[in-house]
Structure formats: C-alpha cells, structure tokens
Design a protein around this ligand. Sequence first.
Ligand code: PMP
Length: 421
Amino acid sequence: MLHSSHMQGTATYPIDVAAVRRDFPVLAREVNGRPLAFLDSGASSQKPRQVVEAMVDYYYSHHANVHRGAHTLAAEATQAYEEARAKVARFLGGQPSEVVFTRNTTEALNLVAGSWGRANLRAGDEVVLTVAEHHANLLPWQRLRDELGVVLRFVGLTPEQRVDLDALEAALGPRTRLVTTFHMSNVLGAINPVARIAELAHAAGALLLVDGAQGAAHLPVDVAALGADFYTLSGHKMLGPTGIGALWARRELLEGMPPYLVGGEMIRRVSLEGATWADPPKRFEAGTPSIAEAVGLGAAVDYLSAVGMANVHAHDQLLTRHALARLGALDGVTLYGPEGDDRGGIVTFEVEGVHPHDLATMLDLEGIAVRAGNHCAQPLAAALGVRATARASFYLYNTFEEVDRLASAVAAVRDRFGGPA
Ligand code: PMP
C-alpha cells in the first residue's frame, strides 16, 4: 500500500480514495442539493461501514456485561472488549495493559491530571504547556493550579506559528514535573516535534503527556519512538464511534497512580472499612464501560491500519498543500499555521470582511462542511490576534475536487461579501 499510488480522474493519490469513499455511506448524500464535501473531520470523522457493522454484530450476537459472570455471552463480550484494547495498543506501539479506555481525549487528559497530577504534584511544582493547547489540555491544569498551587508555564509560538522550542527549553527548570502539548494542533495543523520535546522534558527530569486527539487520527504513532509517557486519543476523530477514547501510559506510571473514578469493576477487595484496587488498566475503568464503542474503535483501528497511517498522512498532506495553494492565491484570504511539511490535514483561514460563521453558513449552502469559531482554543486565538476563524480539515476520504470546490466557493463569497472590514 505504501508505495502504490491511485489515479482518480487526473489526480494521483497515495490511497485508493474511490474505494475508501464507497465504505462511507454518508459521503454519497447531498446537502442543500449539492454533493456533500465533508471538510470537518478535525471535529469528528465520518464512519465506514466496517465500524458500524462491527458494532451491529456485537449488539446482535455477543452483548453482555464484561468481566462479569461465567456465561458464554459475558465471555464473548469480554473477549471482544479486550481484543479492542489490544488493537489500540498495537496501533500506538504499546502493550494492552498500558491502554485505559475513556470516553474521549478530554476524559483521558482529566484522568492524568486528576490521578497522576493530584498524587504527584505539590504547590510550586511546574507544568509546562503551550498557548496553543485545546481547552481540554488547559483547563485540567488550571484546576490543579487553583486547587494545589501548581505553577503553569506557557510556551508561545514562533513567528511561523510553530511551538517555540527555545522558549520551551527555557521554561524547563528544577521544579518542572510535566510537559504537556499536542501532537498535531487542531487549529494550526502544526505537527509538534514530539521526540525532541520528550528529550528536553526528560533531560529536565519531567514527564511528557501528549494530547493525541488529532495525532492518533492522522499520523503514524509509536509511543516509544515519540518518547511519550502518556498519550491520549479520541475514537470519534479516527473513524470510530463517539463515547470511546483511550489513555496510553507507561506501565509503571499506571501502576503508581490512584484510581480516578471509584466503583464497580476496578477493585480487588472491598469491605465496609475500605477497598484495594485492581491492577491497571482495570483500576481506571470503574463501572460498565463503552463496550460496543470499544469494538467499533477496534474496527476503526483495523481500517486505518489496512490503509496505513503513513498513507493517511501523505494523503492529508497532499490535500493540505493543494488547499494552501488554492486559498493562498486568493486576495483577502489569510492562512494560519506553519509553512512546511510539519503540518497535517488542517487549514484554518479568514476571509477579509466576512465573519467565519457567515462564511461557514454560505459554504454549507454549497454542500461544503467546514467549522467556524475559536476551535476550543481561545488563548491561541488571542495569541494570533483573531476572534474566530474558519477551518477546513481533511481525511482519507477527501479529494482534490472537494478542495477545489472549497476554494471556488470561498472566492465567490469573498467577491460578494468580502472586502476591508
Ligand atoms: N485536543 C485536541 C487537539 C482536539 O482537537 C480535541 C477535539 N477537538 C480535543 C483535544 C478534545 O477531544 P474530545 O472532544 O474528543 O475529548
């Protein structure tokens, strides 16, 4: 797959886009009388039949609660759930015992802050993060700052809108306990040099937590090669269902962490006086988990692995370069994010004189789905000096033709409504 290429009309893609598109029924529908061009996968991806069918098969033939009871369906459900865990572990280059299922990245990040953070951080300890974090990787740390007196050190961006590594190095000190940042920015599309950041963090004696909500969906991930200590993902951004995500963490870290939620399933023994905890990952999965959703995520990981994440990334980059060239050629359009190959399938932009929400509404009339707003990164918007932007995001099922439609529609909106504010 990696070295083959696929012709579609006059375009050449690293993956067989026509075959991929046939797996996603929603892509055949129309919106406002036009073929849907779904350019909002950065918010949540569409789902292939294989994922939906895996969940249907699970519900029709195998459902029972996991880890409970000796009957056949309970054993089958448990096996399906644990197989999904093993698939996610393989996808990330880790071990099944290192993968905790959560609802999403937000919950995984809160788990690290609420469990590891509360157990290990004291007043005056420092957490280093960037101004470009998603709110999900900012608010849990602000809460620890307010409750424990943890000090947050924020790293800014270079003029090219990359994380400023010199500033990051300068922010590290003897009290730094954790560095946390995104793998790929949901606004700038920038891919962080995570392995280098891990080296810097570890040299300072700190751990590295990577917000992989975008990274796991769009880039090959090997947690060992990245040097990550914690890595998080959201199933719904990577072809899987909503309601399932994961935290990967090095085994010895998980072993030393107290439970986050407490209740059924995560205990070894309970008496009226107290309880002892199960080993990880069960220790962190209190209550009945999202079993069908985990099965769906396992199918999503199978799908992405069959295409190959290097191919997914190459495809995203081709479309991104095309979008940057087409949109960048339009007067009155401002593009955000670094120039270069260290970015994935996200293009955030502004059209002079047109509010991004109006732009997104007008694009929707053409069947083109983009996101508008501050993309859950208000401090980044402030750092960039913007209030809201429009964002087109690409995935393995998008085409050059859809990017061309976007650029033509943006040009038409600009011609009708744009101009100096
Ligand atoms: N981090 C990043 C970089 C994201 O893009 C997102 C989703 N927009 C999140 C965290 C939060 O993910 P979720 O809403 O699935 O918890």
